[in-house]
Design a protein around this ligand. Structure first.
Ligand code: UD1
Ligand code: UDP
Length: 364
């Protein structure tokens, strides 16, 4: 029998952990096919942005944490590259698997492609067509360099083909974040009774961390004005991302009794709060997807989304990032939202199995 494929998975930041967990678990269930290990680049490092997900999602300990940390885009990307290169030179995996669109994803893609190590990109082909977003640059670079493009939705295949990617590399496998959601929903449900004591039955859940919303004081102030207006009707629960915490602190803005600003939550609590929210207002990519799966109304404060199926086949709606647009869209949703059971194709909890099957056939 041939040797198992040597796979290195790269995880870096909060949204990567929900994506890496199911695939590493599936590969470790097949030791005759895969020898899978994990590298944490250390892009996110607070316990509430990293360790909590290792615990709750039962992600194996990384072989190494590169502790690349925070910095400008160039610094963060360069630190990941400098620290990852010796690791892959020493370990010489058959494949490196990268996830999503964070700086560490693009950094790992550059390192591996120049060393001739085959690269698989999970969540390939998403495009906002907005190059002012740092994530869009990371998506474009990573997809051009990857040898295997694993897409969550059919329009991602179209985007890649339009950019000239070899169709043989492109595989529609479904949404791996939904694997984690399906797997952990029963555990998240157990959190609800205790959470309900704090939130009550009816509340709006908010998350914001996109540079375009958070780094401009007037935009962030407008968002906070919207949350205050929404809270006149329904209390708002707002777990605050560290980028946003820093910005709000700089502006001297604090929470109130009805706009409850709290630290970032673990996955189980956050999923339970999404499931029971009257509405979610966000700029997160993953939250647009999870609310679609859960059938919960989502207002996304952005001019565009790289996840259009959450609008066409889900519960998502784009709104401008000003106080009036956000507040009136949430108010309208609170009054009349019709849920549906529509879910995008292959958002079914089995994406990791499909990827592992495919990679075992592709081999080295
Ligand atoms: C990053 C990703 C973004 C993703 C988000 C998910 C890039 C370009 N951006 O944005 O696509 O949606 O993660 O959450 O890769 N900080 C802490 N503790 C931490 C991590 C960060 O305090 O554990 C603070 C630091 O001040 C840091 C800032 O947050 O400078 C931003 O962190 P960074 O990783 O650069 O970008 P995010 O905004 O988290
Ligand atoms: N999430 C979480 N706690 C929070 C906010 C978000 O566990 O306080 C989870 C959320 O359920 C989703 C993921 O984090 O699985 C999304 O990550 P994030 O919004 O940081 O990044 P994005 O998806 O926008 O890149």
């Amino acid at each position: 029998m041939s040797q198992p494929l040597r796979i290195v998975h790269i995880a870096a930041a909060r949204p990567n952990f929900m994506k890496v967990a199911p695939l590493i678990r599936e590969m470790r269930r097949r030791p005759e096919q895969f020898d899978a290990e994990l590298v944490h680049t250390g892009q996110h490092y607070d316990d509430k942005m990293s360790q909590v997900f290792f615990d709750e999602l039962e992600i194996p300990r990384p072989t190494v944490n590169l502790h690349a940390g925070s910095g400008s885009h160039a610094k963060q990307t360069a630190e990941v590259m400098l620290r990852l290169e010796p690791f892959v030179l020493e370990h010489r995996p058959d494949w490196v698997v990268v996830y999503g669109d964070v700086n560490s994803t693009a950094a790992a893609a550059l390192v591996c492609s120049k060393l001739g190590i085959r690269l698989a990109h999970v969540e390939a082909g998403l495009r906002s067509f907005d190059r002012t977003m740092p994530e869009e640059i990371n998506r474009l670079v990573t997809d051009q360099l990857a040898d295997l493009l694993l897409t969550p939705s059919p329009e991602a295949n179209d985007n890649l083909r339009r950019e000239g990617c070899d169709p043989a590399k492109i595989h529609f496998v479904g949404n791996i974040m939904i694997d984690t959601l399906v797997h952990l929903l029963p555990k998240a449900d157990q959190r609800w009774p205790a959470l309900r004591e704090q939130t009550g039955e009816r509340y709006v859940l908010a998350t914001f961390h996109r540079v375009s919303n958070v780094d401009k004081p007037e935009t962030l102030t407008g968002i906070m004005t919207a949350l205050a207006r929404i809270a006149e009707r329904v209390p708002v629960v707002f777990p605050v991302h560290p980028r946003t915490q820093n910005a709000l602190r700089g502006l001297g803005i604090a929470g109130t009794e009805r706009v409850r600003m709290i630290d970032p939550l673990g996955y189980l609590d956050f999923v339970a709060l999404q499931k029971h929210a009257a509405a979610v207002v966000t700029d997160s990519g993953g939250v647009q997807e999870e609310t679609t799966y859960l059938g919960v109304p989502c207002l996304t404060a952005r001019p565009n989304t790289e996840r259009p199926v959450t609008i066409t086949e889900g519960t998502n709606r784009l709104v401008a990032s000003d106080a009036e647009s956000i507040a009136s869209a949430v108010e309208e949703t609170l009054e009349n939202f019709q849920s549906s059971n529509r879910r995008p194709a292959l958002w079914d909890g089995s994406t990791a199995v499909r990827i592992a099957d495919l990679m075992s056939v592709l081999g080295r």
